[in-house]
Design a binder for this molecule. Structure first.
Ligand SMILES: C[S@@+](CC[C@H](N)C(=O)[O-])C[C@H]1O[C@@H](n2cnc3c(N)ncnc32)[C@H](O)[C@@H]1O
Ligand code: SF4
Length: 250
């Protein structure tokens, strides 16, 4: 899927989002458009489809200056660097790309390795966003993640070595999480962070395995008061670390 957006800024700030809808496994909390394929995904075929969609989107929104490209998922770090390069070339063929364009690729720590990251950089990616989710092995297991906290930190180190700009995601308001435990975890995360972190409160999304467990009383998440305390802790620590806090509806 390709979507293009001219938010409130006008034609000078045009963003292109490309969605890679595959993951190695489906996390039980996640309702994103992401699917597990046990057979290999035909990347050449997907690239041809992306090129067609980019061409038709460009025909509907011609003459734009692309300032931001986001390869999201799913797990785009499962794509070969050549596929990423082909997508970026197609965007460059149909629109003018700003010299200082930000090109972000979402990566799961399970599929991070240095050679592949160098390939993405050579293809034109200049920022990665990693799904770390937690720095606690028990919590990662409960979230259904395939990586440990150390593997996530190793992935952050590979990101830092290859890209000037990187970010990572954490999920808080997890079962049994106290404000003190979250404060300690967030401070450890901030020690590894660059200029941006995405911090999400765990949401129980309809029709996910977590929704079934939650409805059956087998997954207890913080109630509103505790979730509020965890949120306040987040605000407090980020403000003290001089990270301006911004909200997003997604
Ligand atoms: C679509 S994922 C992309 C990252 C990559 N697929 C990964 O998981 O490593 C984007 C982010 O949304 C967040 N997310 C997804 N479902 C969520 C939920 N139910 N509650 C809170 N955060 C969620 C996670 O932090 C995840 O990293
Ligand atoms: S959180 Fe990321 S890795 Fe997990 S299913 Fe969703 S998109 Fe895939």
């Amino acid at each position: 899927m390709v979507s293009a957006d001219t938010p409130t800024f006008g034609v000078q700030n045009f963003g292109v989002y490309v969605h890679w809808p595959f993951c190695l496994s489906k996390c039980p909390y996640c309702d994103f458009n992401s699917h597990v394929r046990h057979a290999a995904v035909d990347e050449d075929r997907f690239l041809r489809a992306f090129k067609t969609e980019i061409a038709s989107t460009a025909a509907r929104a011609p003459g734009r200056l692309v300032s931001s490209i986001f390869l999201g998922g799913g797990t785009p770090s499962l794509m070969q660097p050549a596929t990423v390069g082909g997508i970026l070339d197609a965007i460059g063929k149909h629109w003018t790309v700003a010299p200082d364009v930000e090109v972000t690729l979402e990566a799961n720590p399970t599929s991070v390795e240095a050679t592949r990251f160098r390939g993405y950089r050579a293809a034109g990616v200049n920022r990665v966003s990693l799904g770390v989710q937690a720095l606690d092995d028990g919590a990662l297991k409960e979230l259904g993640r395939l990586h440990t906290a150390q593997e996530a930190l190793d992935a952050v180190a590979v990101a830092r070595a290859n890209f000037e700009r990187y970010s990572f995601d954490l999920i808080y308001a997890r079962p049994r999480q106290t404000p003190q435990a979250w404060a300690d975890e967030l401070k450890r995360a901030l020690a590894q962070a660059a200029e941006h972190l995405s911090l999400y409160q765990l949401t129980i999304e309809p029709e996910t395995p977590f929704a079934t467990l939650h409805a059956a009383g087998k997954l207890i998440i913080p109630d509103d008061d505790n979730a509020r305390a965890l949120y306040d802790t987040t605000q407090d620590i980020c403000t003290r670390a001089s990270l301006p806090v911004r909200f997003s509806a997604s």
